[in-house]
Design a protein around this ligand. Structure first.
Ligand code: SF4
Length: 257
């Protein structure tokens, strides 16, 4: 309420200020997901996600594409978060669920299943029965970007959604696996804002990198770097299943899963 007694106008879902205004006011993960899926704050990404949803890929021409922001996936009391990049145009943007319906998701979920964190080794659609045990998939950018490359401005505009999600998970969150350098660079300032102390100089991303952060109460958060399971990384052997499984096995152990 303004001093005059007149309510301040609320930013619309298409206003760049919408995530920063709305995300911190969400009381729980369910409300956050509901608000997030209505967001239209990035004009370029809104246009792209909706264009892809209309034009479709030939193999999916009979599918009803989601074509909206893709919320996080997994329990709202997860002890382990997985932070990727953004939904794939014909993966999450089609199915409406993170890492579902594309090769990167297949690779990741098979790895989670191998270490007991996923109920099944495949993620094909929102009704496929997949559940995650103690793990929540999150993203720094929630709409599919052209060429998988969000701009710095789009990353910063979307940041409040991730910040709010991690703040809501914070009481029980013990580990984060970050898939790729983009997610790593996007996540560090979010963790700092959410109350975790970052070392100086700030740690650099690398596969196998491990950093232990502490919050103001001394609770530890273990941060793990892992190459992104993109088709390129997998096909070139830069990221193999044993490499992925090793990271998740260790992250699950420190998270008590
Ligand atoms: Fe909103 Fe994030 Fe999508 Fe931008 S990328 S429109 S901030 S959900």
């Amino acid at each position: 309420m303004a001093e005059s007694g007149v309510s301040e106008p609320q930013p619309s879902v298409a206003d760049r200020r919408f995530p920063a205004h709305r995300a911190p006011r969400c009381a729980d993960i369910g409300e956050l997901d509901a608000q997030l899926t209505g967001c239209r704050a990035c004009p370029r990404l809104v246009a792209w996600r909706e264009q892809v949803a209309v034009e479709k890929r030939a193999a999916y021409r009979d599918d009803d594409y989601w074509g909206r922001p893709v919320p996080g996936f997994g329990p709202d009391d997860a002890a382990l978060a997985v932070v990727g990049l953004a939904p794939a145009a014909h993966g999450g943007n089609r199915t409406g669920r993170m890492f579902t319906g594309d090769p990167a998701g297949d690779f990741l979920v098979a790895g989670l299943h191998a270490v007991g964190l996923a109920s099944q080794p495949t993620a094909t659609g929102i009704d496929d029965g997949l559940t995650l045990r103690g793990v929540r998939m999150a993203a720094p950018v929630h709409c599919a970007p052209p060429q998988n490359k969000p701009t710095t401005e789009e990353r910063d505009t979307c940041r409040p959604w991730l910040a709010a999600e991690l703040s809501l998970l914070h009481p029980g969150l013990r580990a984060v696996v970050v898939l790729g350098g983009f997610g790593w660079r996007a996540l560090l300032p979010v963790l700092a804002d959410a109350g975790w102390q970052l070392p100086r100089p700030r740690p650099k991303f690398g596969h196998g990198t491990q950093v232990v952060l502490a919050d103001r109460d001394g609770e530890e958060l273990h941060l793990f770097g892992c190459y992104h399971p993109s088709q390129r990384n997998v096909n070139t052997g830069r990221l193999t299943r044993p490499m992925l499984d090793a990271v998740f096995r260790e992250a699950a152990a420190v998270a008590g899963l």
